[in-house]
Design a protein. Sequence first.
Length: 154
Amino acid sequence: MKNILLCILSVSFFSLATSAQSGSAKQVTWTYAAQKLADKKYEVRMTAVIQGNYHLYAQQAGVEGPIPTTISFSPNPLLTLDGKPAEQGKKITKLEEAWDGKVNFYEKTVTFVQIVNAKSKAKTSLNGKIEFMVCNDELCLPPSEVSFKIPIGG
């Protein structure tokens, strides 16, 4: 019961959090890279390094309650996305009483991989944001959102 209350209070606190480095962002460091795979085809990697004993929820968290990792891309007429971001890492599926079901998450690190096709050889960037939440066995931190700008082409 204590875990449920802590999680509910933590998620409720999200509406009060306004700082870019508050909540979950304090426990996750993001890095970004793009690699050319073929002519006008790129692999974009967004890697989360998760601090301490926290875990980051997968894009499909498994149950309602925890905020899944959500990657949104800004429209760019020079780029097209090939599918949705894939997850690379050791996914853990575990029954969590606080969420009353099995949840999917990552500990330590996970990389989200998006294939991008450029319409020309012009230099541009893939922009967007990632919303995510981390928890440990005792509490959940308020969700955070980080923006990214990844150079493509040129």
